[in-house]
Design a binder for this molecule. Structure first.
Ligand code: PLP
Length: 388
C-alpha cells in the first residue's frame, strides 16, 4: 500500500545526500577529532565545515555554535546552564505555557531547585503577548525562554519584539527554534536571541544531533562535564557522522528554503480549506496565517483523535494527534488546553505536518479519506449521541 507521511514535525526522512555525506565518517574517516594525527584532523576538519554550514543557516558566527545530542539537550543546556551560572543575580525565569516538554520539564526541575518560573498564557491562536513578557520581568529575572514556533499548532511567536524587550532589560533570551530552522528564515541577530536550540532530524538530517547557539558573552555553566570538546562547553567525543549530516542538511535547507516554504504554504492552505469545507464541526487550531508553512492542526468534534489516526493509518496516511512526545500518553495536549480548548476538543485533534515528499496528490487523498473516516466514527460515537 502507498503511504503518505504527514508527520514531519515529529521527524523528517534523512535526505539521501545527507546519508551519502555521513557514510565516510563511519568507515575510512573514522578518526576522533580530538586526536592530533591525520585521522583526527580529517574528522576535525569535517566538524568545522559542518559548524560553518549550520552557522550560515542561522546567521551566526561559527564559534557560537555548540553541537549537542539534539534539541532536548540544547533546551536543557540553555535553561539549566543560564540558571545555575546566574543564581547570584536572580532566580526568576519567564517562559510560556505552550513550550515543548524539553523546556517545560526543565523549568519544573528548576522550580524544585528553588527557581521561580512564570508560565505566560497565550491567546486563542497560541500567540504570546510581548507586553505580558515586559510586565513579568522583575529585578530577579535571569532568563526568558519563548519558543519560535509551536510544534503542535504551528503558531509563530513574536520573537523579535520579545528580543527587544529582553535586550532593554538586559535579561538573557532563549528560543527553541527546533521547528523553524530550515523551514522559515531564522537569523539570531534579527531575532535578538542569546541562545537558540535546533535539531537536525527536523530538517532532513540525522537523529541524535542538535545545536545550541550561544551568543558570545552569555554566561552559562556546561551541561556535560569531561573533556575539552566544543571549546569546553560540551564534553564528550563528537558524533562526527551525525554532525557532518547536520551540516549537509543545513546546506540543503538553505538552498531552497523560500521556494519550499511557498510550495508548502500553498499545500497547507489547500488542506485547511478542503477540511473546513468537507467536514462540519471542525476547527482550525493555531493562527490562520502566522503559522509554519507545513502545519495543519484541527479539532474534530465528537470523535477521538486516536481513532481518526488509526483509521487514517489503515489507509496509509500517517499523521499525529497532539505532539510526538505526548501522543503516547492519554493526557490532553497542554498546548491545546492553553489555547482554551476543552479536554474533549483537545482529544479530537489531528496534526498534519507536510514536507518535501508531499504533493497535491497526497493532500487530495487526505481530503477524500478523512471525511469518510469522520462520518464512520461519528455514526458510532456516543459523544455525538449525547450532543443530539
Ligand atoms: N523542541 C521542539 C519544539 C520540538 O518539536 C522537539 C521535538 O519534537 C524538541 C524540542 C526535541 O528535539 P529532539 O528530538 O532533537 O530532542
Amino acid at each position: 500500500m502507498r503511504r503518505i507521511y504527514l508527520d514531519h514535525a515529529a521527524t523528517t526522512p534523512t535526505q539521501p545526500e545527507v546519508v551519502k555525506a555521513m557514510l565516510p565518517y563511519f568507515t575510512n574517516a573514522f578518526g576522533n577529532p580530538s586526536s592530533i594525527h591525520s585521522y583526527g584532523q580529517e574528522a576535525k576538519g569535517a566538524i568545522e565545515e559542518a559548524r560553518d554550514k549550520v552557522a550560515a543557516l542561522i546567521g551566526a558566527p561559527s564559534e557560537e555554535i555548540v553541537f549537542t545530542s539534539g534539541g532536548t539537550e540544547a533546551d536543557n543546556f540553555a535553561l539549566k546552564g543560564v540558571a545555575f551560572a546566574n543564581e547570584g543575580k536572580g532566580n526568576h525565569i519567564i517562559t510560556t505555557s505552550i513550550e515543548h516538554h524539553a523546556v517545560i520539564e526543565t523549568c519544573k526541575f528548576l522550580e524544585r531547585r528553588g527557581f521561580r518560573v512564570t508560565y505566560l498564557p497565550v491567546d486563542a491562536y497560541g500567540l504570546v503577548a510581548p507586553d505580558d513578557v515586559r510586565k513579568a520581568i522583575t529585578d530577579k529575572t535571569i532568563l526568558i525562554s519563548v519558543m519560535h514556533a509551536s510544534n503542535e499548532v504551528g503558531t509563530i511567536e513574536p520573537i523579535t519584539e520579545i528580543g527587544k524587550i529582553a535586550g532593554e532589560a538586559s535579561v538573557y533570551f532563549h528560543t527553541d527554534a527546533v521547528q523553524t530552522v530550515g523551514h522559515i528564515p531564522v537569523n539570531v541577530d534579527d531575532l535578538g536571541v542569546d541562545l537558540l536550540s535546533l535539531s537536525a532530524h527536523k530538517l532532513y538530517g540525522p537523529k541524535g544531533v542538535g545545536v545550541l547557539y550561544i551568543r558570545k558573552g552569555t554566561w552559562l555553566v556546561p551541561f556535560m562535564h569531561g573533556g575539552d570538546q566544543e571549546r569546553r562547553r560540551r564534553a564528550g567525543t563528537d558524533n562526527v557522522p551525525a554532525i557532518v549530516g547536520f551540516g549537509k542538511a543545513a546546506e540543503l535547507a538553505q538552498k531552497d528554503l523560500s521556494k519550499e516554504a511557498e510550495r508548502l504554504t500553498s499545500l497547507r492552505d489547500e488542506l485547511i480549506k478542503g477540511l473546513l469545507e468537507r467536514i462540519d464541526h471542525i476547527h482550525l487550531n493555531g493562527h490562520p496565517t502566522i503559522r509554519l508553512p507545513n502545519n495543519v492542526n484541527v479539532s474534530v468534534d465528537f470523535v477521538e483523535g486516536e481513532s481518526m489516526l488509526l483509521n487514517l493509518d489503515l489507509e496509509g496516511i500517517c499523521a499525529s494527534t497532539g505532539s510526538a512526545c505526548s501522543s503516547s500518553s492519554l493526557e490532553p495536549s497542554h498546548v491545546l488546553l492553553a489555547l482554551g480548548l476543552s479536554p474533549e476538543q483537545a482529544h479530537g485533534s489531528l496534526r498534519f505536518t507536510l514536507g518535501r515528499e508531499n504533493t497535491e496528490e497526497g493532500i487530495e487523498c487526505v481530503l477524500e479519506v478523512l471525511p469518510r473516516v469522520v462520518a464512520k466514527l461519528r455514526a458510532m460515537s456516543p459523544l455525538l449521541k449525547s450532543h443530539r
